[in-house]
Design a protein around this ligand. Structure first.
Ligand SMILES: Nc1ncnc2c1ncn2[C@@H]1O[C@H](COP(=O)(O)OP(=O)(O)OP(=O)(O)O)[C@@H](O)[C@H]1O
Ligand SMILES: [Mg+2]
Length: 163
């Protein structure tokens, strides 16, 4: 496995990914879920909060040649308008000072452009939200061919590392 990378999942398969970048994606999607739950709670009476407790589910599995990671919450969900603009840079519905609106556009670039994967969102108002991240297990091959153009990788004594 490359230095500066880590494995997610899974016996017998191991996904090799750019660890710093992938952590940024997870942190953003999870903190968005926490914000959505907190925002949802502020609009609900406590009795309803107790009946339908806040939850965040994180699952990983191998499907075909991909590692699939799902991060779901049972928060407020999104309107169609929000879903359409979700991955646009600077799109934000949070209060001023609560974010930059860049988290998902950067996450999209990391998953799609740097890892050759897909990032999708399923959401319904009042039902919650699920982000679906798919990363090819043969990502190793993709970073070998893309490292020159992205500038993320350098060669060091025959091994690769993130700079
Ligand atoms: N799990 C979610 N539930 C409901 N809405 C969400 C969820 N995740 C994202 N959103 C919506 O998508 C918008 C864009 O999210 P994004 O992560 O790009 O920016 P941000 O969280 O507002 O700011 P930043 O990530 O830069 O701090 C959010 O403002 C919010 O409206
Ligand atoms: Mg965010």
């Amino acid at each position: 496995m490359y230095q500066g990378c880590y494995g997610i999942c899974t016996s017998p398969s191991v996904l090799t990914a750019l660890s710093v970048a992938i952590n940024q994606v997870f942190m953003n999607i999870i903190s968005n879920a926490i914000d959505a739950l907190s925002n949802y709670n502020s609009q609900r009476p406590s009795a309803e909060i107790y009946l339908n407790l806040n939850r965040i589910w994180i699952t990983t599995e191998i499907i075909g040649a991909n590692c699939v990671i799902r991060i779901a919450d049972n928060g407020s969900g999104m309107t169609e308008e929000v879903k359409k603009r979700l991955f646009d840079p600077f799109f934000i519905t949070k209060a001023v000072g609560k974010g930059t609106g860049l988290g998902l556009s950067i996450s999209y670039q990391i998953i799609v452009e740097k890892h050759g994967g897909t990032l999708k969102c399923l959401s319904e108002i009042g039902q919650g939200t699920e982000f679906l991240i798919e990363i090819p297990l043969d990502f190793n091959k993709e970073i070998t061919s893309s490292k020159q153009s992205t500038g993320v990788w350098t060669k060091s004594s025959g091994s690769e590392k993130i700079t």
